[in-house]
Design a protein around this ligand. Structure first.
Ligand SMILES: C[S@@+](CC[C@H](N)C(=O)[O-])C[C@H]1O[C@@H](n2cnc3c(N)ncnc32)[C@H](O)[C@@H]1O
Ligand code: SF4
Length: 388
């Protein structure tokens, strides 16, 4: 009886990491590997063998959690659209056999426009994937070139049209802005092209220069020049206004959606729900314990093949950690922070930001802290000051 009650209250999201890409983009430091880095040209063979291991980790999750309800599944990467379609199907079938996938659960797959084909989309739709997130990044050839992206911008349009034709319920694209050599006109051309697509969700990320990437080396050598921060901030505001005018409302700092098309998987992260990350380097969070797996796919597969846990390390969050996390995550969202969750000192600090126009006055009156567009630009600073 107790177990049943617990099962009812415990809901889960699955993140399934696919740590492979055909080629590494110059700006990206995600945990992903190319055939040349793996010394193996046979990506199909590699991915099939990898999914065998991922299925075993899902069995491990089932052994620990029982048959609880799964609300969302997200295939992220790397490049999940590199998987043979039957491998996507095997993962969903395994989760379905061992857990209870909620009717109409959100099942997303991240796709690189270079690797999308009609037969792939058709098969994964059949398997239950109902949301596609496409890495568009930009619509301007010289900007894509600076990003070291190989895809043709026309492929993004074709992929979106295909996905719609095949009946995917939700469709999102990712954009990056604040790129060396990208003018305001370039950025406007990119986001206008994106907002014209048959999408219901869009993510726009300011370019982060990650240490150790090709991009970081080009900047260090003076070959590329990063734009000034205030120019990148201006691009955020320019995009926010354009997206809002077309009915895409922000619901997290870097995410906008038509009402009802917000990603449930994203919201599960930001609301502190439980998720299990399958695969090398994947993080999990269940009832206050966070853990992460070994980073390299080879080590991951080795541990799984020995029937050992792929977990590398973990931490248990104290009540104070959980309170801080709540502030850190929820301040990024339109849902905002109920003022009763803040201490008197934090309220005093937040009140000053409100008086300077960084926090919405209207929602404040309803006892909710929600950032204004100007406030979203300095969200990190506001969090730092709230959490001293
Ligand atoms: C795993 S990738 C998406 C799927 C696919 N691998 C692709 O690139 O087409 C997730 C997203 O993270 C964003 N991203 C990756 N590295 C970034 C960086 N250094 N700065 C900003 N955004 C980044 C990109 O928008 C990318 O689409
Ligand atoms: S941005 Fe996407 S395609 Fe490019 S290396 Fe990173 S994960 Fe792979």
């Amino acid at each position: 009886m107790e177990k049943e009650r617990n099962n009812e209250s415990r809901k889960l999201s699955f993140y399934v990491h696919v740590p492979y890409c055909v080629k590494r983009c110059g700006y990206c430091d995600f945990n992903t590997y190319t055939p040349s880095e793996l010394n193996s040209p046979d990506l199909k063979g590699i991915t099939t063998s990898y999914i065998d291991s991922a299925l075993k980790e899902i069995e491990l999750a089932s052994g620990k959690l029982g048959k609880i309800q799964v609300e969302t599944i997200f295939f992220g990467g790397g490049t999940p659209s590199l998987l043979p379609a039957q491998e996507v199907s095997r993962v969903i079938a395994k989760i379905s056999a061992l857990f209870e996938i909620r009717p109409n659960a959100e099942i997303t797959l991240e796709a690189n426009p270079d690797t999308i084909t009609e037969s792939f989309l058709d098969s994964i739709r059949e398997s239950g994937v109902n949301r596609i997130s496409i890495g568009m990044q930009s619509a301007v050839p010289h900007v894509l070139n600076t990003l070291d992206r190989t895809h043709n911008p026309d492929n993004v349009v074709k992929s979106c049209e295909l996905a719609r034709k095949l009946g995917f319920e939700h469709l999102s694209v990712d954009l990056i802005y604040g790129i060396p050599g990208e003018s305001f006109q370039d950025w406007q051309r990119s986001f206008e092209a994106a907002l014209q697509l048959p999408i219901d969700h869009i993510s726009a990320y300011a370019l982060i220069v990650e240490t150790g990437t090709k991009l970081a080396a080009q900047i260090k050598r003076g070959e590329l020049l990063m734009p000034a921060d205030d120019e990148t901030a201006e691009k955020y505001l320019q995009f926010d206004a354009a997206a809002t005018s077309l009915g895409f409302n922000w619901y997290e700092l870097s995410n906008w959606a038509i009402p009802g098309a917000e990603s449930l998987h994203n919201k599960a992260y930001w609301n502190g729900s439980s998720w299990w990350g399958v695969g090398p380097g994947a993080h999990s969070f269940i009832e206050g314990r966070r853990w992460w797996n070994v980073k390299h796919p080879r080590k991951y597969q080795e541990l799984i093949s020995q029937n050992r846990s792929p977990e590398q390390d973990s931490e248990v969050l104290s009540l104070e950690n959980m309170r801080d996390e709540f502030v850190m995550l929820r301040i990024r969202t339109r849902e905002g922070i109920p003022l009763e969750r803040l201490t008197d000192k934090q309220l005093e600090i937040a009140n000053q930001f409100k008086n300077s126009g960084y926090i919405e006055s209207l929602t404040w009156r309803d006892s909710l802290l929600v950032l204004t567009a100007k406030g979203r630009l300095i969200a990190d600073r506001i969090v730092r000051e709230l959490l001293v």
